[in-house]
Every structure is written in structure tokens, then in C-alpha cells.
Design a binder for this molecule. Structure first.
Ligand code: FAD
Length: 396
């Protein structure tokens, strides 16, 4: 039987980040994933349809973990401006600037495969034990220690198991940690698009009655990433379109803001749900990121919320180590569980409100944009508070 301080199940971005955070401060860690290890990212790699808007708080975490220089060497885009508008009212877009909130940027856009590769490269300098392509069969968890039996018969032991196995967490099901979950009856269409005009490193979002559409700037000034929330039936119809017809639909939906668009990659569709696990901690077991909570992607905060879990749990485990307290004891884990569940519930509620109000406001954009404009016309106070609210939401 091999023994570790911590076993992490799931090597998505959250699991890799948690593994790096813990190994860098001296914990022995085993990382288990049923998929194979990620292949190395190549400079000329095709654009990944899956991108993340990283908040300043997540950037700080990656600076601390020495991942940031690797992201800069690969591909990452800083954005200082955000344009928000209702269809047909692009000339009255609400413009949020980093300078309005006295920060240097609103965020960064990074592709999933770029971030995964940077994390994995950084992990290769640590004594991490990785178990790739390994399904697990059984799990026990107590205050005094936990075990994981792998499909090939190996048994791993640790003071704590961290479930980072995503929205459909098998660990959550296995230990009967029920969840509050509902479907948004909508899907997110994602794709990479070429544009006639430069995106100028501006993140753009338009609020339709059917859902929101975001165009996020990538490292090439003529390439953007699309995240378009639409009802299921519309998603099905969009998937049946030819590439050029799909790009035309996007172009129309964004009021031709970047001129003509063409598809760089095949669109993909992700069903949207909201989910919060009943508890984020049990004796010898903790849940992080999508295994604990899933939110609507309209504000691009899901992973950021998960990275805040990583930072919080790492701090809690370090404190326990310093005080020589058992890592898997509920007294160690409960402060993490309480704090992060409150943050997740808060964010789920906020995203539901934003999603509904964005769609409702699209029904009367004239009134709203007039209001926004008159506020902006009189003083920058409204804009400044919107930016501050946005940034506060960005520190989940
Ligand atoms: C369209 C869309 C756009 C988004 N945009 C943003 C954004 O801009 N910013 C942002 O912060 N968030 C965004 N999100 C949310 C973000 O994608 C998720 O929060 C994040 O990817 C979750 O990462 P994770 O590591 O928790 O889970 P996952 O990425 O799902 O990783 C789970 C890992 O666990 C492994 N696994 C699963 N089951 C098992 C098992 N039984 N045994 C072993 N291993 C297992 C999987 O192989 C995988 O490696 C978006 C989401 C969507 C749908």
C-alpha cells in the first residue's frame, strides 16, 4: 500500500492546480485520473475552443505557483475593456475599463490546453505521483485516514482525499453527497472565430432575450472565442448550420461588431446546469471546483470559483500542518467547507439573477440603455461602480 498526505481524484485544471499548490509547500500528493496524461502543447497548436477568463485573483494564484511565466511564453491575452450591450444598441454599449476601478486589467483569456500544459510542466518539477489512465473502484474515508482502491488492484492511502473529478463527480455519488442541481434548459455553443476587424483586446458581451453571447479576445488580434448561451432547441438548430451560416448567425447576433466572421474550428455544445453539493467536506474527504459546484458560464467565473477553493483549502491544510493537526479531521476541513459553500451559493444565486435580468433587460433595451447613458453622461460614478461590482464578483 502506498501512502501520501493527500490523494487528488481528477486531473482537470482544478485538480492539477491543487496538486501543484500542495506539492510546492511540501505535501506528498498522488493524482489519479481515468484519462491519459495530456500531450505537450505545441506553439502552432490549433486554437482550443475551451477558454477561461481568468480573474486577477486567479492570476495571483498562478503567479504564486510560478505558472504565470509559462502562460506568458505560450498564449494568453490581457483585456482592459469590456463592452456590454443589448442587440441593436451597440452604439450605446456600456464600456467597463480597468482604469475606472484603478486596476491594470480586468482579466486574461487563456485556452484550456495551454493552461493544462503549463500546470503539467510545472508539476514535472515536483515529486508528484501521477496515476494516469486509472479508474478507481472503492474509497473509504475517515477522520484518521482514507484509502482508494484502483481498478488495477493498487491501494493508495492518505490523510485526505480531494475530489476534483468535475461536475459529474463519481466520488460525490459514491459517498452519497447529494446535490442541489437544476438544468438551465440551455446550452453554451463554443467556437473559435476569425474576424475581419481586430478585436482590440476587448471582451464583448451582448444580452439577448434567449441568452448571452460573449466574444473573448485571443492572442491573434483577428481571432476570438465564442461562448453563446442559447435554449436547447436553438443550439440544435445552430449545430445543423453550415460553417458559413453559423458564422453569419454569430455576426448578426453581435451587431457585426467585428465585421465579417468565419469559423476557425467546429462549434461544440455544452449543456448548462447549476449545482451545489450538499457538503464540501466529510471526514477524510473534501470536494473542490466543479465536483462541489457548477455555475452558469455567462460571467466566466466557474473555474475562478474553483481556484479560490484551491487557495482556501491549501491555506487550511498548511495551517493544520503547522499546528500538527490531522489533515483529514473535520475540525481541519470545516472552515474550508463553510467558507467555500457560502461563496458558491452566493455565486450560483448571482449568476441566476444575472442570467434572468440580462434576458429580461433585452426586452426593453431602450429604457435601460437610456438610463445607462444618462448616468454615464452626468458622471462616471455609475460606470465606476459597475466596474467595481464586476471586479468584486471576479474575486469569488
Ligand atoms: C461553455 C463554458 C465556458 C466556461 N468559461 C469559463 C470561463 O471563462 N472562466 C471560468 O472560470 N470558468 C468557465 N467555465 C467553467 C469551467 O469550465 C469549469 O468550472 C472548470 O473547467 C472545472 O474544472 P474541474 O477541474 O473542476 O473539472 P473538469 O475540467 O471536468 O475535470 C475533471 C477531471 O476529473 C477526471 N475524472 C472524472 N471522473 C473521474 C473518475 N471517475 N476517476 C478519475 N478521474 C475522473 C476527468 O478526466 C477530468 O480530468 C466555463 C464552462 C463552460 C461550460
Amino acid at each position: 500500500m502506498k501512502a501520501y498526505d493527500v490523494i487528488i481524484i481528477g486531473a482537470g485544471i482544478a485538480g492539477l492546480s491543487q496538486a501543484l499548490a500542495l506539492t510546492q509547500v511540501g505535501f506528498s500528493v498522488a493524482l489519479v485520473d481515468h484519462c491519459q496524461a495530456p500531450s505537450a502543447w505545441q506553439t502552432a497548436a490549433a486554437w482550443d475552443n475551451r477558454v477561461f477568463a481568468l480573474t486577477p485573483a486567479s492570476a495571483t494564484l498562478y503567479h504564486d505557483l510560478n505558472v504565470w511565466p509559462l502562460l506568458l511564453k505560450r498564449r494568453i491575452t490581457q483585456y482592459q475593456h469590456m463592452h456590454l450591450w443589448w442587440p441593436g444598441f451597440i452604439d450605446r454599449a456600456l464600456v467597463l475599463n480597468a482604469t475606472d476601478a484603478a486596476v491594470s486589467e480586468l482579466g486574461h483569456i487563456v485556452e484550456q490546453n495551454v493552461l493544462r500544459d503549463a500546470l503539467w510542466q510545472q508539476l514535472s518539477h515536483t515529486p508528484l505521483s501521477a496515476y494516469w489512465g486509472q479508474a478507481w473502484q472503492a474509497l473509504t474515508h475517515t477522520d484518521a485516514g482514507s484509502t482508494l482502491r484502483l481498478a488495477d488492484g493498487q491501494v493508495l492511502q492518505a490523510a485526505l482525499i480531494i475530489a476534483a473529478d468535475g461536475a459529474h463527480s463519481a466520488v460525490r455519488n459514491y459517498v452519497a453527497n447529494t446535490e442541489l442541481a437544476f438544468s438551465h434548459q440551455a446550452c453554451a455553443m463554443v467556437a473559435t472565430l476569425n474576424s475581419e476587424q481586430r478585436h482590440q483586446s476587448i471582451a464583448r458581451q451582448v444580452f439577448h432575450t434567449t441568452g448571452t453571447l460573449a466574444l473573448l479576445p485571443l492572442a491573434n488580434p483577428h481571432v476570438s472565442s465564442l461562448v453563446w448561451s442559447v435554449p436547447v432547441a436553438k443550439a440544435e438548430a445552430l449545430q445543423r448550420l453550415s460553417g458559413s451560416a453559423f458564422a453569419k448567425s454569430v455576426s448578426l447576433a453581435v451587431d457585426h461588431v467585428l465585421g465579417e466572421l468565419s469559423l476557425e474550428s467546429k462549434p461544440q455544445c455544452f449543456p448548462l446546469q447549476a449545482l451545489c453539493a450538499d457538503t464540501f467536506v466529510m471526514p477524510g474527504l473534501a470536494f473542490i471546483a466543479d465536483a462541489a459546484h457548477v455555475i452558469h458560464p455567462l460571467a466566466g467565473l466557474g473555474l475562478n470559483l474553483g481556484l479560490a477553493d484551491v487557495a482556501c483549502l491549501t491555506g487550511q491544510l498548511l495551517k493544520a500542518k503547522r499546528l500538527k493537526r490531522p489533515l483529514g479531521h473535520l475540525s481541519t476541513l470545516k472552515p474550508y467547507g463553510r467558507r467555500r459553500k457560502v461563496a458558491a451559493m452566493h455565486m450560483i444565486t448571482l449568476m441566476c439573477l444575472l442570467e434572468k435580468s440580462g434576458r429580461l433587460s433585452a426586452k426593453c433595451p431602450n429604457i435601460l440603455s437610456n438610463l445607462v447613458n444618462s448616468c454615464l453622461g452626468t458622471k462616471n460614478l455609475f460606470k465606476t461602480s459597475m466596474t467595481t461590482i464586476a471586479l468584486r464578483a471576479l474575486n469569488p
